[in-house]
Design a protein around this ligand. Structure first.
Ligand SMILES: Nc1nc2c(c(=O)[nH]1)N[C@H]1C(S)=C(S)[C@@H](COP(=O)(O)O)O[C@H]1N2
Ligand SMILES: [Mo]
Length: 188
């Protein structure tokens, strides 16, 4: 896209850098100890080790990042397991409407199932052709490009599917629950 006004959401500034933002703890999770589990309102809960995760169908997507602190970064190439595939495996129950992500640093964040169930959402293990670095959330982080980047939990270890919403770390501290950059849903 060449028309920047249609690509850069309101109030954002483009950067070539990839800033690091988190609570200050950067967990080190060796791949042989890494696990990823999903529980709650799904027909088929999972508890994957690294090999099971990597043996799922792999996809690549290129997305823009929009952080609530106003930086945006274009053309990030992510590789991993698509949300669509994960949902095929999990088979959410009809009552399932909200997800909470749990991370190794104690961070949590919430999204509606509708936001997760999108073609550009994935659990990423690589960024721009390299394994996702520890400072950016490796081994694995979800990427939800249509929402501000705080919804993309680094060092993810668990997802729970629920019938009710449950605001996460920043959402209970004044960040907007929905986080749509195009509507500037930053706070409140
Ligand atoms: N586990 C975890 N995930 C997190 C955070 C965090 O503190 N812990 N911070 C969020 C915020 S506010 C942002 S902007 C992005 C920053 O990701 P980056 O460091 O890869 O740029 O991670 C999000 N995911
Ligand atoms: Mo952020």
């Amino acid at each position: 896209m060449s028309d920047n006004s249609r690509r850069l959401p309101p109030g954002q500034v483009l950067t070539q850098k990839f800033p690091v933002l988190d609570l200050g703890v950067k967990p080190d999770i060796p791949l042989d100890q890494w696990r990823f589990s999903v529980s709650g309102l799904v027909e088929n809960p999972i508890d994957w080790d690294w090999q099971e995760f990597k043996s799922q169908p792999q996809t690549t997507i290129v997305t823009d990042i929009h952080c609530v602190t106003t930086w945006s970064r274009y053309d990030n190439e992510w590789q991993g397991v698509s949300a669509k595939h994960l949902l095929d495996v999990l088979r959410p129950r009809p009552e399932a409407a909200f997800l909470v992500f749990y991370s190794h640093d104690g961070y949590t964040t919430n999204v509606p199932l509708q936001a997760f169930n999108d073609d550009d959402v994935m659990l990423a293990h690589s960024w721009n052709g390299e394994p996702l670095s520890r400072e950016h959330g490796g081994p694995v982080r979800p990427v939800i490009p249509k929402l501000y980047f705080w919804k993309s939990a680094k060092w993810v270890k668990h997802i729970t599917f629920m019938d009710k919403d449950a605001p996460g770390y920043w959402e209970v501290r004044g960040y907007h629950n929905d986080a749509d950059p195009w509507k500037e849903e930053r706070f409140g």
